[in-house]
Design a protein around this ligand. Structure first.
Ligand SMILES: C[S@@+](CC[C@H](N)C(=O)[O-])C[C@H]1O[C@@H](n2cnc3c(N)ncnc32)[C@H](O)[C@@H]1O
Length: 342
């Protein structure tokens, strides 16, 4: 094992995490595994992606180790983006197959599925989305929350969201208890002001970090900034809801060690394991020279999601064309790749 950096609460390990877990992590010792593994891609990126069609096989060995090291009360949370079938506008099923394998073969329970919406994601793949216009932009990652038993430790009071304007108005003006058309009987309790609302399983966090201490450190030290970082709010949501201070958190595909940075601030013991030397060196920049426990929290932002079909009334002149008979199989005449930035 190579521990390359140690902080008050955690460590960065430069090693294949499968070997690290086998050699160094005891059975039933971990409260939370939070991770974003290399996604299964049809085109290889440069951070160790595995082809979608062999992904589940590749992941099985990791899944077995995750099961062994988790406590019965623990959780495994996997942020996993989808991918497209090469050459056609349809999706790979690999991330669903992964979920089925982990539950059906390895015995994990699906505690809940979450979806992380990154409103800042660029429209892609350009060919289907911006050129042929036959798909919409792919802006969510599924996040599978799995557990060893049906009863992982959790508390949603740790992740409450501000009330929406309509809920605030309702609390102010009062609510008449009655049955909803859906059949739900809304009681008087609905109008009690609890100070905040229970969030849904759609998590909206923009991935827009542009001038962080981590990025400046990489630049100053001529290191490559990790190309697939998640925003700190994503691990923070699950670390807060699923662990207490002093609990043990592992990110086996640590990348730039966002998980470690959040754990350090929230006083959880953490280990980030990363196989690529340059990413490990960059990850150190999240902690070097930073006072223990003093990493900055991302500013909370509110997002309003527009009704996506509200721009067109179905008959107007804005969109007179008929749907393409061939489903977009051929590019429309005169359609070329858009200029950069369009
Ligand atoms: C999607 S990235 C994680 C990014 C990270 N969540 C962040 O925000 O910086 C996946 C990482 O897993 C690393 N990786 C792939 N296979 C690994 C292995 N067997 N052991 C440790 N790290 C691995 C890759 O090098 C890559 O940096």
């Amino acid at each position: 094992m190579t521990v390359v950096y140690q902080t008050l609460f955690g460590k960065i390990v430069h090693q294949d995490s499968l070997d690290y877990m086998r050699e160094s992590i005891a059975d039933e010792s971990t409260d939370l595994i939070f991770t974003s593994p290399p996604f299964g891609l049809v085109r290889k990126k440069d951070y160790g992606n595995v082809a979608a069609h062999v992904y589940v096989e590749w992941f099985r060995e990791f899944g077995l180790e995750f099961k062994r090291i988790l406590k019965d009360s623990g959780s495994l949370v996997i942020d996993i983006g989808g991918s497209w079938i090469p050459g056609q506008p349809t999706r790979s099923l690999y991330h669903f197959e992964l979920l089925i394998m982990l539950c059906r073969e390895l015995g994990f329970h699906l505690a809940q599925e979450f979806y992380w919406l990154n409103p800042a994601r660029l429209p892609s793949p350009a060919e289907w989305v911006t050129i042929r216009r036959v798909r919409v932009k792919d802006a969510i990652d599924p996040v599978w929350w799995l557990s060893k038993t049906p009863w992982p430790r959790a508390n949603n009071r740790r992740v409450l969201a501000p009330y929406s304007d309509s809920m605030k108005a309702l609390l102010k003006n009062g609510y008449k208890a009655k049955a909803r058309p859906s059949g739900h009987d809304i009681s008087e309790n609905f109008s009690i002001d609890n100070g905040a609302s229970i969030p849904p399983n759609l998590l909206v966090f923009p991935n827009t970090e542009s001038n962080s201490g981590y990025q400046r450190y990489c630049k100053e030290n001529k290191l490559k900034v990790h190309p697939a970082r998640f925003p700190s709010q994503l691990p923070e949501f699950f670390i807060r809801m699923l662990t207490d201070t002093g609990d043990n958190v592992l990110d086996p595909f640590g990348g730039s060690c966002v998980t470690g940075e959040v754990c350090e601030r929230l006083v959880r013991n953490w280990t980030c394991c990363e196989i690529v030397d340059e990413y490990v060196k960059g990850a150190i920049g999240r902690f070097a020279g930073v006072e223990p426990g003093q990493t900055r929290r991302a500013d909370p932002q509110q997002y309003k999601i527009s009704n996506p079909a509200s721009r067109w009334n179905g008959t107007g002149s804005e969109n007179p064309k008929r749907l393409p008979k061939d489903g977009g199989q051929r590019r429309a005449q005169g359609k070329t790749k858009p200029a950069k930035g369009k």
